[in-house]
Write a protein that binds this ligand. Structure first.
Ligand SMILES: *[C@@H]1O[C@H](CO)[C@@H](O)[C@H](O)[C@H]1NC(C)=O
Ligand SMILES: *[C@@H]1O[C@H](CO)[C@@H](O)[C@H](O)[C@H]1NC(C)=O
Ligand SMILES: *[C@@H]1O[C@H](CO)[C@@H](O)[C@H](O)[C@H]1NC(C)=O
Ligand SMILES: *[C@@H]1O[C@H](CO)[C@@H](O)[C@H](O)[C@H]1NC(C)=O
Length: 283
Protein backbone atom coordinates (compact mmCIF):
# COMPACT_ATOMS: atom_id res chain seq x y z
CA UNK A 1 0.00 0.00 0.00
CA UNK A 2 2.64 2.58 0.82
CA UNK A 3 4.06 4.79 -1.83
CA UNK A 4 7.52 6.26 -2.21
CA UNK A 5 7.96 9.18 -4.59
CA UNK A 6 11.47 9.76 -5.86
CA UNK A 7 12.21 13.36 -6.79
CA UNK A 8 15.30 14.72 -8.46
CA UNK A 9 16.94 16.54 -11.30
CA UNK A 10 18.26 14.58 -14.28
CA UNK A 11 20.96 12.07 -13.35
CA UNK A 12 20.67 12.48 -9.61
CA UNK A 13 20.63 8.76 -8.86
CA UNK A 14 16.88 8.18 -8.59
CA UNK A 15 16.90 4.81 -10.33
CA UNK A 16 19.86 3.47 -8.33
CA UNK A 17 18.21 4.61 -5.12
CA UNK A 18 14.96 2.95 -6.17
CA UNK A 19 16.84 -0.31 -6.67
CA UNK A 20 18.45 0.01 -3.23
CA UNK A 21 15.04 0.54 -1.66
CA UNK A 22 13.56 -2.41 -3.50
CA UNK A 23 16.39 -4.63 -2.32
CA UNK A 24 16.00 -3.47 1.27
CA UNK A 25 12.23 -3.83 1.45
CA UNK A 26 12.30 -7.23 -0.23
CA UNK A 27 15.14 -8.80 1.70
CA UNK A 28 14.88 -7.15 5.12
CA UNK A 29 11.16 -6.61 5.33
CA UNK A 30 9.73 -9.30 3.09
CA UNK A 31 7.62 -6.89 1.06
CA UNK A 32 6.58 -7.07 -2.54
CA UNK A 33 7.97 -3.98 -4.28
CA UNK A 34 6.90 -2.48 -7.60
CA UNK A 35 9.10 0.14 -9.20
CA UNK A 36 7.17 2.18 -11.73
CA UNK A 37 9.84 3.72 -13.89
CA UNK A 38 9.51 6.83 -16.00
CA UNK A 39 12.45 5.67 -18.12
CA UNK A 40 10.64 2.43 -18.91
CA UNK A 41 7.48 4.26 -19.86
CA UNK A 42 9.48 6.50 -22.17
CA UNK A 43 11.22 3.48 -23.68
CA UNK A 44 7.89 1.79 -24.36
CA UNK A 45 6.51 4.93 -25.93
CA UNK A 46 9.30 4.77 -28.50
CA UNK A 47 9.88 8.50 -28.16
CA UNK A 48 13.42 9.49 -27.25
CA UNK A 49 14.00 10.92 -23.82
CA UNK A 50 15.10 14.31 -25.15
CA UNK A 51 12.08 14.54 -27.43
CA UNK A 52 9.78 13.90 -24.49
CA UNK A 53 11.13 16.78 -22.44
CA UNK A 54 11.31 19.20 -25.32
CA UNK A 55 7.62 18.84 -26.16
CA UNK A 56 5.22 19.64 -23.36
CA UNK A 57 2.35 17.55 -24.74
CA UNK A 58 4.56 14.49 -24.95
CA UNK A 59 5.86 15.12 -21.47
CA UNK A 60 2.32 15.44 -20.13
CA UNK A 61 1.37 12.15 -21.70
CA UNK A 62 4.31 10.34 -20.10
CA UNK A 63 3.55 11.92 -16.75
CA UNK A 64 -0.08 10.86 -16.95
CA UNK A 65 1.03 7.28 -17.66
CA UNK A 66 3.50 7.34 -14.81
CA UNK A 67 0.79 8.43 -12.43
CA UNK A 68 -1.91 6.04 -13.58
CA UNK A 69 0.46 3.04 -13.70
CA UNK A 70 1.58 3.81 -10.17
CA UNK A 71 -1.85 4.33 -8.73
CA UNK A 72 -3.12 1.16 -10.35
CA UNK A 73 -0.49 -0.81 -8.45
CA UNK A 74 -1.47 0.57 -5.06
CA UNK A 75 -2.99 -2.19 -2.96
CA UNK A 76 -3.12 -3.18 0.67
CA UNK A 77 0.33 -4.72 1.05
CA UNK A 78 2.77 -3.94 -1.68
CA UNK A 79 5.18 -1.04 -1.84
CA UNK A 80 5.08 1.16 -4.93
CA UNK A 81 8.08 3.32 -5.82
CA UNK A 82 7.57 6.03 -8.43
CA UNK A 83 10.96 6.32 -10.05
CA UNK A 84 10.83 9.50 -12.09
CA UNK A 85 11.76 13.19 -11.97
CA UNK A 86 8.45 14.14 -10.30
CA UNK A 87 9.80 17.65 -10.33
CA UNK A 88 6.50 19.53 -10.56
CA UNK A 89 4.97 20.59 -7.29
CA UNK A 90 1.41 20.39 -8.61
CA UNK A 91 2.02 16.89 -9.93
CA UNK A 92 3.26 15.69 -6.56
CA UNK A 93 0.20 17.24 -4.98
CA UNK A 94 -2.07 15.31 -7.34
CA UNK A 95 -0.35 12.06 -6.49
CA UNK A 96 -0.65 12.85 -2.81
CA UNK A 97 -4.39 13.42 -3.10
CA UNK A 98 -4.82 10.19 -5.02
CA UNK A 99 -2.74 8.09 -2.66
CA UNK A 100 -4.51 9.59 0.30
CA UNK A 101 -7.90 8.77 -1.07
CA UNK A 102 -6.61 5.21 -1.54
CA UNK A 103 -5.78 5.33 2.19
CA UNK A 104 -2.11 4.89 1.48
CA UNK A 105 0.83 6.27 3.39
CA UNK A 106 3.62 7.88 1.42
CA UNK A 107 6.97 9.59 1.66
CA UNK A 108 9.20 11.58 -0.65
CA UNK A 109 12.87 10.97 -1.32
CA UNK A 110 14.77 13.88 -2.81
CA UNK A 111 17.94 12.82 -4.59
CA UNK A 112 19.93 16.01 -4.20
CA UNK A 113 23.00 16.54 -6.32
CA UNK A 114 25.03 19.43 -7.66
CA UNK A 115 24.50 20.48 -11.23
CA UNK A 116 28.13 19.71 -12.13
CA UNK A 117 27.98 16.24 -10.66
CA UNK A 118 24.70 15.40 -12.35
CA UNK A 119 26.03 16.58 -15.72
CA UNK A 120 29.01 14.32 -15.18
CA UNK A 121 26.72 11.35 -14.37
CA UNK A 122 24.66 12.21 -17.43
CA UNK A 123 27.62 12.22 -19.76
CA UNK A 124 28.90 8.94 -18.40
CA UNK A 125 25.68 7.01 -18.83
CA UNK A 126 26.27 3.65 -20.39
CA UNK A 127 23.05 3.63 -22.37
CA UNK A 128 23.56 6.52 -24.77
CA UNK A 129 19.81 6.70 -25.45
CA UNK A 130 19.44 7.93 -21.90
CA UNK A 131 21.84 10.87 -22.18
CA UNK A 132 20.20 14.30 -22.04
CA UNK A 133 21.39 16.97 -24.43
CA UNK A 134 22.57 20.17 -22.76
CA UNK A 135 19.47 22.25 -23.53
CA UNK A 136 17.06 19.72 -22.11
CA UNK A 137 19.27 19.09 -19.11
CA UNK A 138 19.37 22.81 -18.33
CA UNK A 139 15.64 23.21 -18.93
CA UNK A 140 14.87 20.42 -16.47
CA UNK A 141 17.09 22.00 -13.85
CA UNK A 142 15.33 25.27 -14.45
CA UNK A 143 11.84 23.82 -14.08
CA UNK A 144 12.72 21.75 -11.04
CA UNK A 145 10.58 22.55 -8.00
CA UNK A 146 12.37 21.33 -4.95
CA UNK A 147 10.27 19.36 -2.44
CA UNK A 148 9.81 21.11 0.89
CA UNK A 149 9.11 19.22 4.10
CA UNK A 150 6.56 21.74 5.30
CA UNK A 151 4.36 20.97 2.29
CA UNK A 152 2.00 18.25 3.43
CA UNK A 153 2.23 16.52 0.07
CA UNK A 154 6.05 16.33 0.19
CA UNK A 155 6.16 15.16 3.77
CA UNK A 156 7.76 13.15 5.28
CA UNK A 157 10.73 14.12 3.17
CA UNK A 158 14.15 12.47 3.08
CA UNK A 159 16.97 14.14 1.20
CA UNK A 160 20.05 12.19 0.16
CA UNK A 161 23.16 13.28 -1.69
CA UNK A 162 25.22 10.78 -3.71
CA UNK A 163 27.49 10.23 -0.70
CA UNK A 164 24.72 9.57 1.82
CA UNK A 165 23.32 6.24 2.97
CA UNK A 166 19.57 5.96 2.58
CA UNK A 167 17.96 6.02 6.05
CA UNK A 168 16.23 2.71 5.40
CA UNK A 169 14.67 2.14 8.83
CA UNK A 170 13.36 5.69 9.05
CA UNK A 171 11.78 5.28 5.66
CA UNK A 172 10.27 1.99 6.74
CA UNK A 173 8.83 3.60 9.87
CA UNK A 174 7.49 6.55 7.94
CA UNK A 175 5.42 4.43 5.63
CA UNK A 176 4.64 1.24 7.55
CA UNK A 177 4.39 2.35 11.15
CA UNK A 178 2.23 5.33 10.50
CA UNK A 179 -1.48 5.60 9.91
CA UNK A 180 -2.49 7.01 6.56
CA UNK A 181 -3.74 10.59 6.79
CA UNK A 182 -7.48 10.96 7.14
CA UNK A 183 -9.14 11.27 3.76
CA UNK A 184 -11.11 14.39 4.51
CA UNK A 185 -8.33 16.93 4.70
CA UNK A 186 -6.94 16.22 1.28
CA UNK A 187 -8.05 19.42 -0.35
CA UNK A 188 -7.00 21.82 2.38
CA UNK A 189 -4.28 24.25 1.37
CA UNK A 190 -3.48 23.06 -2.13
CA UNK A 191 -0.30 24.50 -3.65
CA UNK A 192 -0.76 28.23 -3.89
CA UNK A 193 1.01 28.47 -7.22
CA UNK A 194 -1.30 27.42 -9.96
CA UNK A 195 -0.26 23.84 -10.53
CA UNK A 196 2.64 23.20 -12.89
CA UNK A 197 3.53 26.89 -12.98
CA UNK A 198 7.12 26.63 -14.23
CA UNK A 199 6.25 23.86 -16.62
CA UNK A 200 3.45 25.92 -18.16
CA UNK A 201 5.59 29.04 -18.21
CA UNK A 202 8.25 27.13 -20.09
CA UNK A 203 5.69 26.05 -22.66
CA UNK A 204 4.12 29.50 -23.03
CA UNK A 205 7.44 31.25 -23.54
CA UNK A 206 8.57 28.55 -25.94
CA UNK A 207 5.42 29.06 -28.05
CA UNK A 208 6.01 32.80 -28.15
CA UNK A 209 9.62 32.40 -29.27
CA UNK A 210 8.44 29.98 -31.98
CA UNK A 211 5.86 32.52 -33.14
CA UNK A 212 8.38 35.35 -33.27
CA UNK A 213 10.90 33.23 -35.12
CA UNK A 214 8.26 32.21 -37.66
CA UNK A 215 7.22 35.83 -38.15
CA UNK A 216 10.87 36.82 -38.66
CA UNK A 217 11.23 34.11 -41.31
CA UNK A 218 8.28 35.60 -43.18
CA UNK A 219 10.08 38.90 -43.13
CA UNK A 220 8.07 40.65 -40.40
CA UNK A 221 9.87 43.29 -38.41
CA UNK A 222 8.50 45.94 -36.10
CA UNK A 223 5.35 45.20 -34.13
CA UNK A 224 4.32 41.58 -34.16
CA UNK A 225 1.25 40.21 -32.45
CA UNK A 226 1.67 36.95 -30.54
CA UNK A 227 -1.11 34.79 -29.21
CA UNK A 228 -2.50 35.61 -25.74
CA UNK A 229 -0.37 38.71 -25.24
CA UNK A 230 -2.12 42.04 -25.03
CA UNK A 231 1.06 43.78 -26.19
CA UNK A 232 2.97 43.35 -29.42
CA UNK A 233 6.64 42.48 -29.69
CA UNK A 234 8.96 44.94 -31.40
CA UNK A 235 11.39 42.82 -33.32
CA UNK A 236 14.37 44.08 -35.17
CA UNK A 237 15.69 42.60 -38.39
CA UNK A 238 18.85 41.14 -36.92
CA UNK A 239 17.44 39.17 -34.01
CA UNK A 240 17.81 35.39 -34.28
CA UNK A 241 16.36 32.35 -32.60
CA UNK A 242 19.34 31.62 -30.40
CA UNK A 243 19.31 35.12 -28.95
CA UNK A 244 15.59 34.84 -28.29
CA UNK A 245 16.08 31.51 -26.61
CA UNK A 246 18.78 32.92 -24.42
CA UNK A 247 16.43 35.67 -23.32
CA UNK A 248 13.75 33.09 -22.69
CA UNK A 249 16.06 31.08 -20.44
CA UNK A 250 17.03 34.18 -18.51
CA UNK A 251 13.39 35.03 -18.07
CA UNK A 252 12.59 31.55 -16.75
CA UNK A 253 15.55 31.72 -14.43
CA UNK A 254 14.38 35.06 -13.12
CA UNK A 255 10.83 33.78 -12.72
CA UNK A 256 11.97 30.75 -10.81
CA UNK A 257 13.77 32.93 -8.30
CA UNK A 258 10.72 35.12 -7.84
CA UNK A 259 8.06 32.44 -7.63
CA UNK A 260 6.62 34.00 -4.49
CA UNK A 261 5.55 37.03 -6.48
CA UNK A 262 4.49 35.10 -9.57
CA UNK A 263 1.10 36.08 -10.92
CA UNK A 264 -1.33 33.89 -12.76
CA UNK A 265 -0.55 32.23 -16.06
CA UNK A 266 -3.13 34.26 -17.96
CA UNK A 267 -0.88 37.31 -17.67
CA UNK A 268 2.29 35.35 -18.42
CA UNK A 269 2.38 35.92 -22.21
CA UNK A 270 2.07 39.68 -21.80
CA UNK A 271 4.69 39.81 -19.06
CA UNK A 272 7.10 37.82 -21.17
CA UNK A 273 6.49 40.09 -24.15
CA UNK A 274 7.14 43.14 -21.97
CA UNK A 275 10.37 41.56 -20.82
CA UNK A 276 11.43 40.83 -24.40
CA UNK A 277 10.65 44.38 -25.47
CA UNK A 278 12.78 45.77 -22.67
CA UNK A 279 15.74 43.52 -23.46
CA UNK A 280 15.40 43.99 -27.23
CA UNK A 281 15.32 47.75 -26.94
CA UNK A 282 18.62 47.63 -25.04
CA UNK A 283 20.45 45.63 -27.70
C1 LIG B 1 4.46 17.83 -29.69
O1 LIG B 1 3.85 16.57 -29.64
C2 LIG B 1 2.52 16.56 -30.12
C3 LIG B 1 1.92 15.20 -29.82
O2 LIG B 1 2.80 14.15 -30.04
C4 LIG B 1 2.53 16.91 -31.60
O3 LIG B 1 1.20 16.92 -32.11
C5 LIG B 1 3.14 18.29 -31.76
O4 LIG B 1 3.26 18.61 -33.10
C6 LIG B 1 4.53 18.35 -31.10
N1 LIG B 1 4.99 19.74 -31.10
C7 LIG B 1 6.19 20.09 -31.53
C8 LIG B 1 6.51 21.54 -31.42
O5 LIG B 1 6.98 19.27 -31.98
C1 LIG C 1 -13.02 14.75 9.10
O1 LIG C 1 -12.17 15.49 9.97
C2 LIG C 1 -12.77 15.84 11.19
C3 LIG C 1 -11.78 16.73 11.96
O2 LIG C 1 -10.46 16.51 11.61
C4 LIG C 1 -13.13 14.58 11.97
O3 LIG C 1 -13.73 14.92 13.20
C5 LIG C 1 -14.10 13.76 11.13
O4 LIG C 1 -14.39 12.55 11.78
C6 LIG C 1 -13.51 13.46 9.77
N1 LIG C 1 -14.50 12.82 8.92
C7 LIG C 1 -14.20 11.74 8.20
C8 LIG C 1 -15.32 11.23 7.35
O5 LIG C 1 -13.11 11.18 8.22
C1 LIG D 1 22.71 35.27 -33.57
O1 LIG D 1 23.11 36.61 -33.39
C2 LIG D 1 24.25 36.76 -32.54
C3 LIG D 1 24.47 38.25 -32.30
O2 LIG D 1 24.30 38.99 -33.47
C4 LIG D 1 25.44 36.07 -33.19
O3 LIG D 1 26.58 36.17 -32.33
C5 LIG D 1 25.10 34.59 -33.39
O4 LIG D 1 26.14 33.96 -34.08
C6 LIG D 1 23.80 34.45 -34.19
N1 LIG D 1 23.45 33.04 -34.18
C7 LIG D 1 22.99 32.44 -35.28
C8 LIG D 1 22.65 31.00 -35.10
O5 LIG D 1 22.86 33.00 -36.34
C1 LIG E 1 20.13 32.20 -12.84
O1 LIG E 1 20.22 33.32 -11.99
C2 LIG E 1 21.20 33.21 -10.98
C3 LIG E 1 21.12 34.44 -10.06
O2 LIG E 1 20.77 35.59 -10.76
C4 LIG E 1 22.57 33.06 -11.61
O3 LIG E 1 23.55 32.89 -10.60
C5 LIG E 1 22.56 31.83 -12.53
O4 LIG E 1 23.79 31.72 -13.20
C6 LIG E 1 21.44 31.95 -13.54
N1 LIG E 1 21.38 30.71 -14.31
C7 LIG E 1 21.21 30.69 -15.63
C8 LIG E 1 21.14 29.35 -16.26
O5 LIG E 1 21.10 31.72 -16.29
Amino acid sequence: MPLIIMVGCPSSGKSSRSQELKEFFETSKGKVVHIVSENEIIKNSEISKNEVYENSSKEKMIRADLKSNSLRKLNKNDLVIIDGGNYIKGYRYEIYCASKSARSTQCTIHCAVTREKSWEFNENRKDKNEVYVRDIFDALWMRFEEPISTNRWDSPLFAVTPDDQLPFEDIYNAIYEKKPPSANQSTQNPPTQSTNYLFELDRITQDIVTEITAARKLGSIGSVKVKDSTETVSISSDINASQLNRMRRQYLNYSKQHLDTAGDLVKAPTLFVQYLNTVLSDL
